[in-house]
Design a protein around this ligand. Sequence first.
Ligand SMILES: Cc1ncc(C[n+]2csc(CCOP(=O)(O)OP(=O)(O)O)c2C)c(N)n1
Length: 346
Amino acid sequence: MQKPSDIAHEMLVRMYRQMSLLREFDRRSVRLQRAGRIGTYPPLEGQEACQVASTLALRAQDFVVPTYRDYGAMMVHGVPMENILMYWNGRSEGCEIPHDVNVFPIAVPIATQLPHAAGLAWAAKLKKEDQVALGFFGDGASSEGDFHEAMNFAGVFKLPVVFFCENNQYAISVPFARQTATETIAQKAAAYGVTGLRVPGWDAVAIYRAVRDAVSRAAEGGGPTLIEALTYRYGPHTTSDDPTKYRPAGEAEAWRERDALHLLSQSLRTFGLWDDELETALAKEIDETIRSAIAIMESLGPVNPLHLFDHVYASLPKYLQRQRDTLLSELSADAIRTSLPKEPSQ
Ligand SMILES: Cc1ncc(C[n+]2csc(CCOP(=O)(O)OP(=O)(O)O)c2C)c(N)n1
């Protein structure tokens, strides 16, 4: 890679530091899940550049609209790491976004966040506020109606929104070739009068440039962009599945040969911006950051499953009240009940 003349060196180093933090956070989260210290977890290893470089190209006033795998983007835009751990530990506190942070909560239903991103952009346009929404989605989400509706709406109203597809080649076990008959996802943009482009998901600089340019175009009234980043998740879809059942042997290893983190590290070293001493200091800093986030998450004690019923209705409908009563009696009968906080008397 040539030393970029259009990106500050501090930004390149920041990208590398954030991507390193994210990789280590992800590996430890998988281990926490295996040890029963958090619940099901969707690993992102392989997709660090997609999430970090894209979000670093935003301005603070812009919005990040994530899926369940985009907590890298969420953290870069200001969501504390411990909140992400709390979310995957089943805590409602994990859904809380600090008030001054422009990040939407995690979306688990596929593609529903894309009309939200378009809606945010529409609101910004109507209110004449200089804000762009960056909505993430996977290749699988491009088969959902919500994707097409969001693209159409954004195209018709020329909204300041960037749709960012992390094409990690699989929707759980469904490979890209079974997902769509088109050669790329980026080309679908043409059908909606939207700018479409494809970038290598292993090239953090290319991703940064693509999002930066799309954000300025959107902010200047040039309308939406669909960016497809070619990437790969090295691990399972979530800690609940086994990718060896649906992926050819050696495929993940082949993708590792163009690993985004490794490539960026090599480039920074060639440019004289990184060395072993900085790497050792970074590893120590990352270790402390993650340990502290885990300690905060674990200091909250065991999760109360009855919280499932909180925060949706002011008063529970009868059928949910019945479900809550059933769960409460099952928990009472179970030994686990002894470790739960006492029910407040109503
Ligand atoms: C509306 C809806 N349908 C089905 C599911 C089940 N589901 C969870 S993840 C997933 C695959 C999504 O793949 P993709 O959009 O490529 O994202 P990735 O997980 O690869 O990041 C499916 C079908 C869901 N969560 N929501």
